[in-house]
Design a protein around this ligand. Structure first.
Ligand SMILES: [Fe+2]
Ligand SMILES: [Fe+2]
Length: 167
């Protein structure tokens, strides 16, 4: 069954959302690199790769459902933040925004009884729980660390150990 025009358009918008997410995290990676927080930069770089793969999933799904992929301009992300906490709070807020976009898509797919899209979107519903939890963990750790530079460097070392998940 081919995608409805409305679902096709919304899935195409989601490619842009995911690839904008990649751009935003890459901008955060540059910000952390400029502060010599290489572990944070590494974490953001892996986040970028995940977001690229999310966009790819939508790209392939549209194609598999006989739809047409339509790429649109990706806006300029924020380039700097007040401090590391400000940046990870922006990341959390962004993930909450993405969750609301996935939920809108799910509502639309359910309304149109497009069960293939519902099943496809289920993966993203679960993924967003992890994405919000991971960003929230960083926010909480940085709040706990406060002005303690040694603790900040410890967290930076920890984040430098992150490996790419297999999804
Ligand atoms: Fe994503
Ligand atoms: Fe994400």
């Amino acid at each position: 069954m081919a995608l409805s025009k409305k679902i096709e358009a919304t899935l195409n918008q989601q490619i842009n959302e995911e690839w904008f997410s990649a751009y935003l995290y890459k901008s955060m990676a540059a910000y952390f690199k400029s502060m010599n927080l290489k572990g944070f930069a590494h974490w953001m770089n892996l986040q970028t790769l995940e977001e690229l793969s999310h966009g790819e999933k939508f790209f392939n799904f549209i194609h598999d459902r006989f739809g047409t992929v339509k790429l649109t301009a990706i806006k300029t992300p924020q380039l700097t933040w007040k401090n590391p906490l400000d940046a990870v709070q922006a990341a959390l807020k962004h993930e909450q925004h993405i969750t609301s976009k996935i939920n809108e898509l799910m509502t639309l797919a359910q309304k149109e009884h497009d069960y293939a899209s519902v099943t496809f979107l289920n993966w993203f519903v679960t993924e967003q729980v992890e994405e919000e939890a991971a960003a929230d963990e960083l926010v909480e750790k940085l709040k706990f660390i406060g002005d303690n530079k040694a603790a900040l460097l410890g967290l930076d070392r920890e984040l430098g150990q992150r490996t790419l998940s297999k999804n």
